[in-house]
Design a protein around this ligand. Structure first.
Ligand code: FAD
Ligand code: NAI
Length: 481
């Protein structure tokens, strides 16, 4: 398979979940592979500063919250929790260290060479790898095929300067590392990061105010889910300022002052007042992420980005430049680790001459708050734009396991085509919605109807029975409501 006119068969730029998975799969398929990564550890945003550390803090703070807010006492466990934040951070760092080290082990096991430094294209088959530190020499590496998997980074908000070291105006990376619990935290953006990390610090004692540009949180999710999630988070103590934009943040000493205006245009607010100010001990900027293409030398290979700065590909993940492929957050689609991973497998298979496919219509998304919020496929609004639908909904309150576990909030909702009964979308708010949604994904991959789910035997007592009952509700016949 090896083409000896190149150093490698495949070179991957970036070792996030897209890049490292592509590297391992390509090596498994017998190709000679190198992966360039400038960070000191492998695993990209996901393992270093994203999915894993945020889940470590969410999991630990959930226990603290359950002890502090009476949830444990309700089950006969009376405790007065004391926060050891340094230890909580320690277990987060341990999780990251273990998992990033695990990727290094997998690279060695699969004989993937890690080229340390940042890569820039010289031509379509050559990259220059600069040293990741100031010292050392840049190295030219050639490969028959090159995969861009450079991921994404935080979108800056004009007029707002992030300084993670000071811990006053932070992005998600800084918000994972706060040295003390802020008294008052303002989260800019009611998306996934704002709600997950806002939840962490709310649970640990911060007053959290979330400023969202749109008229509802969690854009892109099903309308019912967005409304219900807003209610639940409000009940937990998060304050929302919807249809509002932040126009600037100034820092004086240890305090930040934000200026807010109505999203529709300032300076007067809905109540007719002049633009509002808010004081905070900590401000989290979480208004989205942008693809990483700067410094990649795309101009040297004539590869242009689209208006959103993304690299466009065909279904096989080929860019417009022969031999150059792209996957993950740097290409269009949801910025999710599992999407990047699946694209990593598919691109490696395509490069090896096999058929790698990702079904972008069935990519689940999960918000790891309490309760979790998950969905796959179309929202009810999207489905209705395409034709007539039938919707079945089942409340977690009526699910025996959720009720017994003191987890009554949320529901499962199934959207099916009115004529064919084929499942078009499934949405859930439940303590374990992230796990429950896998069943919906499989059902949709196999083209299931709501009847197929309704007549599949689900173990009792499980939260997943709510999915079966929601499917029964599509035909109006659930048992337990
Ligand atoms: P990345 O993970 O961003 O990896 C790209 C890598 O490329 C980086 O390590 C970077 O250093 C390297 N790189 C960039 N340019 C170069 C270059 N020129 N040369 C060499 N290396 C380069 N997604 C989920 O699915 N579930 C979650 O729970 C979740 N939680 C998240 C929490 C937070 C706080 C954040 C910020 C993100 C979260 N995400 C989550 C999103 C997820 O992290 C990304 O979708 C995923 O990491 C994208 O993978 P990727 O491989 O495309 O890019
Ligand atoms: P996001 O796109 O989820 O949310 C950003 C929010 O900020 C939107 O609601 C938007 O309307 C709002 N906004 C934009 N500009 C604003 C302004 N000026 N003022 C107020 N609000 C403004 O982006 P987020 O939360 O930063 O996350 C980035 C990416 O990381 C997401 O695409 C997500 O897929 C990924 N991620 C995934 C997680 C998961 O799967 N559990 C967890 C965390 C991140």
């Amino acid at each position: 398979m090896a083409d000896h006119s190149y150093d490698y068969d495949v070179l991957i730029i970036g070792a996030g979940p897209g890049g490292y998975v592509a590297a391992i799969r390509a090596a498994q398929l017998g190709l000679k592979v190198a992966c360039v990564e400038g960070r000191e550890t492998l695993g990209g945003t996901c393992l270093n500063v994203g999915c894993i550390p945020s889940k470590a803090m969410l999991h630990a703070s959930e226990y603290f919250d359950a002890a502090a807010n009476g949830k444990m006492a309700d089950m006969g466990i009376e405790v007065s929790p004391k926060l050891n934040l340094e230890k909580m951070h320690g277990q987060r760092r341990d999780a990251v260290k273990g998992l990033t080290g695990g990727i290094e082990f997998l690279f060695k096991k699969n004989k993937v060479d890690w080229k340390k430094g940042y890569a820039s294209f010289v031509d379509g088959h050559t990259v220059e790898v600069g040293p990741s530190t100031g010292s050392g020499q840049a190295e030219k590496v050639t490969a028959k095929d090159i995969v861009i998997a450079t991921g994404s980074s935080v979108t800056p908000l004009p007029g707002v300067e992030v300084d993670n070291d000071k811990g006053i105006v932070v992005d998600s990376t800084g918000a994972l590392e706060l040295k003390s619990v802020p008294k008052k935290m303002v989260v800019i953006g009611g998306g996934v990061i704002g709600l997950e990390l806002g939840s962490v610090w709310r649970r640990l004692g911060a007053e959290v105010i979330c400023v969202e540009f749109l008229d509802q949180i969690l854009p892109g999710m099903d309308g019912d889910v967005r409304k219900e999630a807003n209610k639940i988070f409000k009940k937990q103590g998060i304050t929302f300022k919807l249809s509002t934009k932040v126009t600037g943040v100034t820092v004086k000493g240890k305090k930040a002052t934000l200026t807010l205006e109505p999203a529709a245009g300032g300076p007067s607010t809905g109540s007719g007042q002049a633009s509002e100010t808010l004081e905070a001990d900590c401000v989290l900027v979480s208004i989205g992420r942008k693809p990483n293409t700067e410094g990649l030398g795309l101009e040297n290979i004539g590869l242009e980005t689209n208006q959103r700065g993304q690299i466009e590909t065909d279904h096989d993940f080929r860019t417009s430049v022969d031999g150059v492929w792209a996957i993950g957050d740097v290409i269009p689609g949801p910025m999710l680790a599992h999407k990047a991973e699946d694209e990593g497998i598919a691109v490696a298979e395509n490069i090896a001459g096999e058929t790698g496919i990702v079904n972008h219509d069935v990519i689940p998304s999960v918000v790891y708050t309490w309760p979790e919020i998950a969905g796959v496929g179309l929202t009810e609004e999207q489905a209705k734009e395409r034709g007539e639908v039938k919707v079945g909904k089942f409340p977690m309150m009526a699910n025996s396991r959720a009720k017994t576990n003191h987890e009554p909030e949320g529901f499962v909702k199934i959207i099916a085509d009115a004529e064919t009964d084929r499942v078009l979308g499934v949405w859930a708010i439940a303590s374990v919605a992230g796990t429950m949604i896998a069943e919906a994904g499989i059902a949709m991959e196999f083209g299931a109807t709501s009847e197929d789910i309704a007549y599949t035997c689900h173990a009792h007592p499980t939260h997943a029975e709510a999915t079966k009952e929601a499917a029964m509700a599509v035909r109006g016949k659930p048992i337990h409501i």
